[in-house]
Design a protein around this ligand. Structure first.
Ligand code: NAD
Length: 486
């Protein structure tokens, strides 16, 4: 098998990156193009052996990296950000080739944010502090000690963005990392290893291991030398990881799925509400935060639906490399089958497709809006992770809140209302890690990010990330250093 493949004109190493060296497995798996279903290339298919080697490399590199000054760690993180910025074009085309999300979004938003992830946590590290405080004359001093080797497991819907959201704070905190990207989008993690090495990150501080989660996941998550596990992905995988980590009580951060509502009140600016609604087709609906359940006040539901259908009809679907495309392909034929199965079951149960309701071809699913759906139906309760939205109506604020909260998830909620007091009242009652009022997807790394209920455990962002990746310590010193004793 060749060690490199060419994706979107860019050469990418298909092997693992362990202890500062490229390591191949004897077997491979096929990376499939979401754009045309063809083969992008063969990737090293990791085994428990390579997983153990990656953890060993992270363990060996930990003492020196943990002892590296904050200023030096921050300098290297900024150098990684510089490397990302120099390669925005290459990273964008490789990511689009691999996961099918829009090239223009990668170029203008997503990949620049990858660089920002490193800069943000480098800067945050340098100002991380907690004011000392006194207890009966004793001084309390809070500090953050690096926790140790961290396993970071990521999904395919925003591969490099979500990976670096974990890699950057873990490295900033002084931890070493084993990154396991999703098997449907393995390529940009390999490029990140190159960029980090060029930036001067010492060997073994960042390791990348490729392969199927079902084959190497347990070897990583049950390893006694792993001190933190951060996972973004689906609920069933999270449960599996939690079981595997339980033997060592390894602390977990879990960012999981959602079934978030968009609540549209009659007092809302309806054009704004429709704009927010149509945005939910972004990334072909493969967005954890997507507001996939429209809850619309009865009196404006007909007009809202009319304007939504009109606007959705103007969206163009096609090749994600084309500047004019709004909706690209779904990641994999298996994902399309899953999406279609959800929709066909909903239609069979009595739902009506206002638009869509079918596949377009082998790579694309028609943007879909379903009505006449029962609150307890599968299509309202379960995450589809495709361009499939539902619409229900409500007649009172209480009913809106009840419907919004009535799933097992609690990742996000979006509100469209012209009444600030209502916004405050409703927000207080919503079960969600993030609430957007008259806006969507505005995110700042200082803010806590995460989900309630089955949408996750823990929060990422700013201090919350450092609290997770560190052993937070409180040192209590006697008055006058203890010199007055006796
Ligand atoms: P997934 O759970 O199938 O896979 C995620 C990762 O877990 C992959 O790298 C996979 O290889 C790995 N994995 C699989 N089995 C494993 C095991 N037994 N042990 C360890 N690792 C294992 O999820 P997916 O289909 O890649 O991603 C889609 C899901 O991710 C959706 O549910 C979506 O909502 C969620 N997601 C959540 C957020 C968030 O921040 N809350 C962001 C993006 C995606």
């Amino acid at each position: 098998m060749p060690d490199n493949i060419v994706a979107g004109g860019v050469s990418v190493d298909t092997r693992h990156w362990i202890g500062g060296r490229r390591v191949a497995s004897s077997e491979t798996f096929t990376d499939v193009s979401p754009i045309d279903g063809g083969t992008i290339g063969e990737i090293s298919r990791g085994t428990a052996l390579e997983a153990a080697a990656a953890v060993a490399a992270a363990k060996a590199a930990f003492p020196a990296w943990a002892a590296t000054s904050r200023a030096e760690r921050a300098r290297i993180l900024h150098a990684i950000a510089d490397g990302v910025e120099k390669r925005i074009e290459e990273l964008s085309i490789v990511e689009t080739t691999d996961n099918g999300a829009l090239l223009r979004s990668h170029r203008r938003g997503v990949i620049p944010r990858v660089a920002h992830n490193f800069r943000f946590f480098a800067d945050w590290l340098l100002k991380l502090e907690h004011e000392d405080f006194e207890t009966r004359g004793h001084t309390n001093h809070v500090s953050w000690d690096p926790a140790g080797p961290s396993v970071l497991i990521t999904p395919w819907n925003a591969p490099l963005m979500l990976a670096t959201w974990k890699v950057a704070p873990a490295l900033a905190a002084g931890n070493t990392v084993v990154l396991k990207p999703a098997e449907w989008s393995p390529l940009t993690a390999s490029l990140l290893a190159d960029i980090a090495a060029e930036a001067g990150l010492p060997a073994g501080v960042l390791n990348v291991i490729q392969g199927y989660g079902s084959e190497i996941g347990d070897a990583l998550t049950s390893h006694p030398d792993v001190r933190r596990i951060s996972f973004t992905g689906s609920v069933p995988t999270a449960k599996r990881i939690a079981e595997s980590a339980a033997g060592n009580l390894t602390p977990l951060s879990l960012e999981l799925g959602g079934k978030s509502p968009l609540l549209v009140f009659a007092d809302a600016d309806l054009d704004l509400a429709v704009d927010l609604a149509v945005e939910q087709y972004d990334n072909a609906g493969q967005v954890c935060l997507a507001a996939t359940r429209f809850l619309v006040e009865e009196s404006v539901a007909e007009e809202f639906t009319r304007r939504f259908v009109e606007k959705a009809a103007r969206l163009t679907q096609g090749d994600p490399r084309d500047e004019t495309t709004d909706i690209g392909p779904n990641i994999h034929p298996r994902q399309l089958e899953k999406i279609d199965a959800f929709v066909q079951r909903a239609l069979a149960a009595g739902a009506r497709a206002v638009i869509g309701g079918h596949r377009k071809d082998t790579q694309y699913y028609a943007p879909t809006l379903l009505t006449d759906v029962a609150q307890d139906s599968e299509i309202v309760q379960e995450e589809v992770f495709g361009p499939v939205l539902t619409l229900q109506t409500f007649s009172t604020e209480e009913e809106a809140v009840r419907l919004a909260n009535d799933t097992r998830f609690g990742l996000a909620a979006t509100l469209a209302t012209g009444d600030a007091e209502r916004a405050e009242r409703v927000t207080e009652q919503l079960v969600a890690g993030t609430v957007w009022v008259n806006c969507f997807f505005v995110r700042d790394l200082q803010a806590p990010f995460g989900g309630s209920r089955h949408s996750g455990v823990g929060r990422e962002g700013g201090t919350w990330s450092f609290d997770f990746y560190c052993d937070v310590k409180n040192t209590v010193t006697a008055p006058n250093g203890g010199k007055n004793h006796g």
